[in-house]
Design a protein around this ligand. Structure first.
Ligand code: GLN
Length: 304
């Protein structure tokens, strides 16, 4: 398979395409990003690395970080985790408050904000230094010790993060948050501020494409059952109220972030990350989705 040629075709075809969306601006720092940025990195288990555009430039991974924190919480808590967060697609926007009320403070899944905030609460309860431990985990699975938080982005989100404050307070009132609100949000804003490139994200997500084993050294990090579950959640809940559309167009488990990144995996074949900051109305990268649709169509490798 001529993967580099396929990526070049994707870049060429997308360069003619008009976008209709906007860069995220509710986090002031994200509004400063150049909307024309575009990068993509494909990491194939059998044949290595392919990339186009700004694939080595770091951006704010935002909600993609929810996969890392979920992984850590699963490792710490095992089955009891699912008493506090459900595993159903939400069909609602990522920052919705309404669903929480009629579901008594149990978030639909760990990838909407409410669910990720419960996961943050769990990590704050169970780890002495959750921010350090998260960095350590991400650095380990990426094989890159330089990955770090972008403190300007974290501070920027804190200054306007009213909805996330609302979600945590509401769940605390309903008994599903154990710690004080501040340390949970401090951790959450930091996890979302992680700065990574497409290349680094594809490297990190090879873990999920490769059955929980680090491809670089063969170390088994996650049980087969947990990888299956995380990938299933990415498939059904990774794109909020656009999870169906992403399955329909792309056909891979994946996760998006409002920084314009999307990462997706083909179990046993490849991991791929794409970045283009212009978002569609559901908060997913417009060109990112288009690029991945072309990738699975041109290679014939979706999971369906
Ligand atoms: N930090 C963002 C928020 O909480 C993450 C949202 C996202 O990437 N979808 O709103």
């Amino acid at each position: 398979m001529e993967y580099q040629k396929i990526l070049n075709t994707i870049q060429e075809e997308l360069s003619y395409r008009n976008t209709t969306g906007k860069v995220a601006s509710y986090i002031p720092e994200l509004a400063k990003v150049d909307p024309k940025k575009f990068g993509m990195h494909l990491y194939c288990r059998d044949s290595g690395h392919y990339s186009i555009g700004d694939s080595k430039e770091k951006f704010s991974i935002q909600s993609i970080s929810k996969v890392f924190t979920l992984t850590m919480a699963m490792q710490l808590l095992g089955e009891s985790l699912w008493e506090r967060v459900d595993v159903e697609p939400s069909g609602d926007p990522f920052n919705s408050l309404t669903q929480l009320e009629y579901e008594q403070g149990i978030p639909r899944n760990p990838f909407i904000n409410a669910g990720a905030l419960v996961i943050a609460d769990i990590l704050v309860s169970n780890l002495k230094n959750p921010k350090t431990d998260l960095l350590e985990f991400v650095r380990k699975i990426t094989g890159n010790q330089e990955i770090d938080y972008d403190l300007t982005v974290a501070t920027s989100e804190k200054s306007t993060g009213y909805r996330n404050y609302g979600l945590v307070n509401y769940m605390k009132a309903l008994g599903n948050i154990k710690n004080d609100v501040e340390p949970i949000l401090d951790f959450y804003f930091h996890q979302c501020s992680l700065a990574m490139s497409c290349e680094e994200l594809a490297n990190a997500f090879m873990l999920y494409a490769n059955g929980g084993i680090l491809l670089e050294n063969g170390e088994k990090i996650l049980s087969t059952k947990r990888v299956k579950r995380i990938n299933a959640l990415m498939q059904t809940c990774g794109f909020y109220d656009e999870a169906g559309e992403f399955s329909f167009e792309v056909g891979l488990p994946g996760k998006s972030g409002v920084g314009g990144g999307i990462v997706a995996i083909h179990p046993s074949k490849y991991s791929v990350a794409v970045w283009s900051p212009i978002l569609n109305p559901k908060g997913n990268s417009e060109l990112g989705m288009a690029a991945l649709e072309k990738l699975t169509t041109l290679t014939g490798f979706s999971i369906f």
